[in-house]
Design a protein around this ligand. Structure first.
Ligand code: GSH
Length: 271
């Protein structure tokens, strides 16, 4: 039996926080899910699975209006909503299904706490652990602005106000990360890899998905925010990101994804 079950659409940079930590710490994960468009045809439950005809006809009460990132109805069981009161994915569960863990940063913390070997990604020193939390909190604030931006790009609701808010959020986030790396210790917290670095990497990957919408941006004469030139403004933060992306625990999730993003950026540059 796996140490933790996670239900999500895939690929999803938010679950990479957990998968990267799990590779480093010897934690076993049971990942369940499908591509984003397919999750409307799944039963959202501890025992998440594609819907059967019986699910659809016999349990209409499970159909709930989606709120963020999905349109239409999603089939969530009462048990799922008891474990996940905000009804979101990624949704993690203890092996017996008794405990729901939501918010991708908290799921990553759970993995670090379940550590069997390897690095202490969520320090045993209370001050350091709290500092890691500080980075996770600013990352969540950034993620929220990034999510608004990406959803607006997805639905075509993008405008210069939403773009401006995302650009500001990106600048504030990277300014802080650049400043944190000035100390020269090589990591965001102390001189070893922690969840702060993992979450930072995953959030930048998430934001990088704007490149998939370069045509929509171009149609409104809006520039890409996370473009190649960003490295000149934030050399430490971007070097850290690049270094982490290439590491063995990160690359299985990130390398294929960033290759596609890079191709989109090149395409945007030549369009
Ligand atoms: N901050 C959350 C974001 C989770 C979230 O917003 N999930 C959306 C998909 S992007 C969702 O599950 N929506 C379900 C619904 O609309 O009912 C995290 O990092 O886990």
């Amino acid at each position: 039996m796996a140490d933790l079950r996670i239900f999500s659409y895939m690929p999803n940079p938010r679950i990479w926080k957990a998968t990267i930590a799990a590779r480093l710490c010897g934690v076993s994960l049971d990942l369940r899910g499908a591509r984003p468009g397919e999750l409307a045809d799944w039963l959202w439950d501890f025992d998440a699975r594609p819907l059967t005809e019986a699910d659809r006809s016999g349990k209409a009460g499970m159909a709930r209006q989606s709120r963020t990132g999905f349109s239409g109805q999603l089939y969530k069981t009462d048990e799922f909503l008891a474990a996940h009161p905000f009804g979101t994915v990624p949704a993690a569960f203890s092996p017996d299904g008794g405990t729901g863990i939501f918010e991708s940063n908290s799921i990553a913390r759970a993995v670090a706490r379940l550590r069997r070997h390897g690095p202490e990604l969520y320090s045993i020193d209370p001050y350091k652990a709290a500092r890691i939390d500080s980075f996770l909190d600013v990352s969540l604030v950034f993620a929220r602005d990034g999510q608004n931006y990406l959803l607006a790009l997805n639905t075509g609701a993008i405008n210069d106000i939403i773009h401006g808010q995302a650009a500001k959020a990106f600048e504030i986030y990277l300014d802080g990360m650049e400043a944190a790396l000035v100390s020269g210790h090589g990591y965001l917290v102390g001189d070893e890899l922690t969840l702060a670095d993992i979450v930072f990497t995953a959030e930048l990957c998430s934001f990088a998905r704007e490149a998939a919408h370069h045509e929509r941006l171009a149609a409104q004469a809006l520039p890409m925010i996370f473009h190649d030139g960003v490295a000149a403004s934030y050399p430490r933060a971007m070097a850290h990101f690049k270094d982490l992306c290439a590491r063995p625990a990160f690359a299985p999730d990130i390398a294929p994804f960033m290759e596609k993003i890079e191709a989109r950026r090149q395409q945007a540059a030549t369009d």
